[in-house]
Design a protein around this ligand. Structure first.
Ligand code: BTN
Length: 254
């Protein structure tokens, strides 16, 4: 079998406007057999989707709104965490090239600078048997928007005081996505694990959380191989799946 071309972004469809790039990519896939790494990029979404059924707001032509078709067919369904690690690290690294302050990953895959969110990922996996057949990875990066309704949002332009060319950022992102996907494919899990924990927002810092029952104080220790977040609460270590816990705020500044 021929080795899979792991270059991401060599096949790109650009649309002036669409509902959601994740949904538009699904429709594109119904019409055409896409190669791994195909990307759908738009200037404006009329129904941008965020995690947990939320909306993703983005001013027209200001931000990077894109979905990528990935085929990590070497990953078992329960290993989806590794794709999450690779993609978050690729976005993080791309943005780190622009700013001096640390770019961090807020579990599981929000990208933060300071205490504000600059990027969100929406990963939608389709399984075949116990393998990941493909993933549609939606990426929304706040780039040139200067005003947000959401107080926790920030953009590169706000941080830099100048605009960033979207196509340049897009190509830099493609390069990092290619690099981190290759690391994943090569089985470099230790490197991905270490980097994710090095850049994990709130790790080792006292913080306030909420779960379904209460708010509580604790300290993030890290994630486990299933992607669950481990938090030290009093003398106990509690673990949470995605959506079971929210980090409200850090209680110390780091
Ligand atoms: C989040 O809630 O943090 C995830 C946001 C994901 C937004 C991106 S923008 C491009 C892609 N298309 C969508 O509809 N959502 C993702």
């Amino acid at each position: 079998m021929a080795a899979q071309n792991t270059q991401i972004g060599s096949y790109v469809l650009y649309l002036d406007q669409t509902d959601s790039t994740n949904d538009a990519l699904k429709h594109w896939l119904e019409k055409e057999a896409l190669p791994h790494g195909a990307a759908l990029h738009t200037a404006h979404q009329t129904a941008g989707r965020g995690q947990q059924g939320s909306q993703w707001e983005s001013a027209p032509a200001q931000n990077l709104l894109m979905s990528i078709y990935l085929k990590p067919s070497f990953l078992k369904a329960e290993e989806h965490i590794w794709l999450n690690l690779s993609l978050s690290l690729a976005v993080r690294q791309t943005l780190q090239a622009y700013v001096n302050e640390p770019v961090q990953i807020k579990w599981p895959n929000d990208i933060y600078i300071g205490h504000k969110k600059i990027c969100g990922l929406l990963l939608e996996n389709t399984l075949q048997g116990n393998k990941i057949k493909y993933c549609i990875a939606g990426i929304g990066i706040n780039v040139n928007q200067s005003v947000f309704a959401e107080p926790k949002a920030i953009s590169l332009a706000i941080l830099l005081g100048k605009e960033v060319p979207l196509n340049l950022l897009r190509n830099q992102l493609f390069a990092q996505l290619t690099h981190y996907f290759q690391l994943l494919q090569a089985g470099s899990r230790n490197a991905l694990w270490e980097q994710y924990h090095k850049h994990l927002y709130g790790k080792g810092v006292n913080a306030r959380f909420s779960d379904a029952e209460q708010t509580f104080e604790g300290m993030i220790l890290g994630i486990d191989s299933r992607g669950r977040l481990h938090i030290e609460v009093a003398d106990e270590i509690r673990s949470f799946a995605n959506k079971e816990v929210t980090l409200l705020n850090l209680l110390e500044d780091r």
